[in-house]
Design a protein around this ligand. Sequence first.
Ligand SMILES: [Zn+2]
Length: 154
Amino acid sequence: MQQVERHTLRELIVESGLKATHQRIVVYEALTLLHSHHPTAEEVHLHLKPENPSISLGTVYKTLDSFVDAELIRRVLTEEGGKRYDANITAHSHIYCSNTREVIDYEDTELEQLLTDYFKKRRVENFEIKSFSVQLTGKKVEPDKQISISRLIK
Ligand SMILES: [Zn+2]
């Protein structure tokens, strides 16, 4: 996710049905800037503190949770149960490295299609599926290197 202009962030907040207060805009901005880490509320708070010393951690938590309720962002649960936040609300999966604790977006239209087709053939009783995602958990083999996914060509 690239840096998003403040007026765009403001529009997205309003579209989600929330009032675009300064506080909400700066929290949302911090989340988009830190997106590659899928930050925790603490990380968002630390990032905001120098320029916004009056924002408390509790406020950051409340703001992020109001964003989740408004479906502006999503929560990501990690293997050890830590709560992280995701500014990317398009359908995607995640790769979680328990060594470096990185959460990396994994966008794969072929996988999404496969899952969609699969669940069309399955009946999940008394439950309306809104979305699904796959979380790959494991360890980076070489911590300093980036994870990359390529397709095997048959
Ligand atoms: Zn993500």
